[in-house]
Design a protein around this ligand. Structure first.
Ligand code: SF4
Length: 319
């Protein structure tokens, strides 16, 4: 994403990592590159680390008028924390790049952000981005209930309140089962607890430090199903377990997965959502394409910004 701010070219989003990896190839194209969230303190200088939650809270103002500019009904994804609560990280994981320490948000700060969005017209909220909803505040079920109840009380007309990401190690625990019941009670139907199981192959689990055994995975699935398999008001299951798989991790994943798949599709997996991704890399021609695209889009932007022509208030995004 390229934003032009008072004639400055600011690059945001995943492409920023490509630019930083080979700065010489992109020299002179951007005035600031942001790998993380932009704040008022670093707009023109760029960002390389996640902004402190206190900084983001200080920047937060009213969102009035924002939602009306969108041509769709947005789902607001609200982060509860950064980092992973496991002692040993999975070998492929990029979460340590984002934050190698766990940093929880204050529940009052989360509630304030959701309330601001709700007052601006947002009716769909997902408590996502963090590595495991169940591990928020070190699996503090009381604080999680307080937060969920506060959201429902302060935002009574929410149409969707969902969670995202669940560590099967946390979900399989006794506290995990209790938190699953809270999610089923306070969130809206059609919810999913997507668990990064990644592989069923013991060799792949070992080679990639995945930690979670098939027995633990099955217990996590059972906890979610026991809490949320019943249908909600519109007929959707209240809460389903989701299984995230990654193809291409070190080890003979594909053959073993296909061989063991029928066993995983037995009765305990009937109501389970499975998603899969690969660990492939983007094509190397991206740098050249980006350079051409930036040049042409910035030229367009400068034309629009000439004195005497109508301009957008402060900042415009070119997709
Ligand atoms: S459990 Fe998830 S967040 Fe933690 S290291 Fe593994 S993949 Fe990363």
């Amino acid at each position: 994403m390229l934003a032009c701010v008072r004639g400055q070219r600011v690059l945001l989003g995943p492409l920023a990592s490509w630019v930083l990896r080979d700065p010489g190839a992109y020299a002179g194209l951007f005035d600031a590159v942001h790998t993380h969230t932009v704040t008022s303190a670093d707009l023109g200088t760029g960002s390389r680390v996640a902004a402190p939650y206190e900084r983001l809270a200080a920047d937060r103002g009213s969102c009035d008028g924002l939602i009306g500019q969108l041509r769709w009904r947005p789902v607001a994804e609200v982060e509860l924390y950064r980092g992973c609560t496991r002692r040993r990280f999975c070998s492929f994981c990029n979460e340590p790049v984002k934050s190698n320490h766990v940093k929880f948000r204050d529940p009052a700060d989360v509630l304030d952000e959701i309330t601001v969005l709700y007052e601006a017209g947002v009716r769909n909220v997902r408590l996502g981005q963090q590595t495991c909803f169940f591990s928020y505040l070190n699996r503090d079920a009381g604080a999680i209930e307080h937060l969920l109840a506060g959201i429902r009380e302060g935002c009574p007309d929410l149409e969707v309140l969902h969670i995202d990401n669940a560590d099967p190690l946390a979900v399989a625990s006794r506290t995990g089962a209790a938190i699953a019941r809270l999610v089923a009670r306070y969130c809206t139907e059609g919810n999913c607890a997507p668990m990064g199981i990644e592989s069923f192959d013991p060799a792949v689990i070992e080679a990639n430090a995945l930690t979670c055994t098939p027995q633990v995975q099955m217990r996590a699935i059972a906890n979610v199903n026991e809490a949320g398999a019943q249908a909600g008001p519109s007929g959707l299951p209240v809460l389903l377990p989701g299984l995230n798989l990654i193809y291409g991790l070190p080890g003979k994943l594909t053959a073993v997965t296909m061989r063991t798949w029928p066993g995983w599709c037995g009765s305990s997996m009937r109501d389970t959502c499975v998603t899969a991704s690969t660990s492939g890399r983007p094509a190397p021609t991206r740098a050249l394409l980006l350079r051409r695209w930036v040049s042409s889009s910035h030229r367009r932007r400068l034309r629009i910004s000439r004195p005497g022509r109508p301009t957008s208030p402060t900042c415009s995004t070119i997709r």
